[in-house]
Design a protein around this ligand. Structure first.
Ligand code: ADP
Ligand code: MG
Length: 247
């Protein structure tokens, strides 16, 4: 069953057409890896899903509820409620530097009055334990390695119990020796059947963890399929050329 339905998504920045009628579905419990060259529109696509970008046309529905239907956005209240079903993890962590790790987790749900401070802190502590950072609750982000910061960002994204987690190149800003600990947490989430869309250059992760791989180029989805089909037996020339450059 599709939990996310994207239909004919269009987005331009001025004269630059960045997303050209993109359509795809994501099923509940599915892990979708999105690959493609820099500038192909991957980040814009993810940001559009959570309304960090306003699209020019097309539809996005989560669990059958429209964020935007044929270019017309839902009312603010409904929009907020639907986008809150998605959590996002960014390449550069986006942690608040002046807040402790635990306060980074608690801040947004507290502002949105999604629970008592005590309950939110309890949940935050549990999620920090889940990502292997139980002992870091009270430190500032500056005291953490990049891998630890990204695991905090994942815990933060989990605070609101999202139905779908979106990752935008979560390991691209990390030293190679720190990518493993972040990918490990993401693999654990996949094994717990979290629905995820992961923009990544980690082909091994795509091959081992994803159910479906989408290849984007120049604002279009060129090809999609199982990791085995797409990564080892691509049909389109552009996919072949991209994989030859990266693998
Ligand atoms: P990717 O994540 O695949 O590298 P992006 O979605 O970041 O691609 O960018 C796609 C294209 O859109 C690029 O040409 C980029 O320069 C352009 N772009 C992205 N964001 C903006 C923006 N806010 N204003 C203008 N152009 C943008
Ligand atoms: Mg990007």
């Amino acid at each position: 069953m599709a939990i996310l339905e994207v239909t004919n998504l269009k987005k331009s920045f001025g004269p630059l057409e960045v997303l050209k009628q993109i359509s795809f579905d994501v099923n509940k419990n599915e892990v979708v890896a999105v690959i493609g060259p820099s500038g192909s529109g991957k980040s814009t696509m993810l940001r559009s899903l959570v309304h960090l970008e306003e699209i020019d046309g097309g539809s996005i529905a989560v669990d059958g509820q429209f964020i935007v239907q044929e270019g017309v956005y839902s009312k603010p209240q409904q929009l907020k409620q639907i986008t809150s079903k998605m959590g996002m993890v960014f390449q550069h962590f986006n942690l608040f530097p002046h807040l402790s790790v635990l306060d980074n987790l608690v801040l947004a749900p507290k502002l949105l009055k999604e629970g008592s401070t005590a309950d939110l802190r309890k949940r935050g502590v549990e999620l920090l334990a889940k990502v292997g950072l139980a002992d870091k609750a009270d430190v500032l982000p500056a005291k953490l390695s990049g891998g630890q910061k990204q695991r905090v960002a994942i815990a933060r994204a989990l605070m609101r119990n999202p139905d779908i987690l979106l990752f935008d190149e979560p390991t691209s800003a990390l030293d190679p020796e720190l990518t493993g600990e972040v990918l490990r947490v993401m693999k654990d989430l996949a094994q717990e059947h979290m629905t995820m869309i992961v923009v990544t250059h980690e082909m091994e992760f795509a091959r081992d963890v994803a159910d479906t791989v989408l290849f984007m180029d120049n604002g279009e989805i060129i090809e999609s399929g199982s990791p085995v089909d797409l990564l080892t037996n691509p049909k389109k020339e552009r996919t072949k050329a991209f994989l030859q450059r990266t693998m």
